[in-house]
Ligand binder design. Structure first.
Ligand code: DQA
Length: 146
């Protein structure tokens, strides 16, 4: 089982950006957490972060026939990007959406998730733990598909 974990804009600023919202751990700590989770679960993982919408679209397209599933935190592009939604629908890979913060209790403009419309499940407000839950859910889902 091989999964791709995509993080969108400003996730590389974790630890510095709004610690009251996103916590004090940095992006490297998130990478270690994801890699450790996948190692424990016997999952092969590649992590990708970009601040650029088109690069995220390119990465999703390149995942076709390479990865079994995707975990994505599209960050701000969650609420704006039809292009990321369309890319997820184009490749048709099972995808789980993650948000570190609980977007459901935040500003009105965060209440729409375009990417989420192509996702089998969403975790929000759990901090890094949301990524672990997403990976476990994807593993279970992919196991059932066999
Ligand atoms: C986020 C929530 C988004 O609204 C925000 O733009 C982010 C991070 C989260 O992980 O909580 O950059 O996706």
């Amino acid at each position: 089982m091989k999964i791709l974990v995509i993080n969108g804009p400003n996730i590389n600023m974790l630890g510095i950006r709004e610690p009251a919202v996103y916590g004090s751990q940095d992006y490297n700590a998130l990478l270690s957490f994801i890699r450790k989770t996948c190692e424990e679960e016997g999952i092969e993982v590649e992590c990708f972060q970009s601040n650029h919408e088109g690069d995220i679209v390119d990465k999703i397209q390149a995942a076709f026939n390479v990865f079994d599933g995707i975990v994505i935190n599209p960050a701000a592009y969650t609420h704006t990007s039809v292009a990321i939604l369309d890319a997820l629908k184009a490749v048709g890979l099972p995808t789980v959406e993650v948000h570190i913060s609980d977007v459901s209790t935040r500003e009105d403009f965060r209440q729409i998730s375009y990417a989420g419309k192509a996702c089998i499940k969403t975790y929000m407000g759990l901090g890094f733990e949301g990524y672990r839950q997403a990976i476990l859910y994807l593993k279970g889902y992919l196991g059932e598909q066999k």
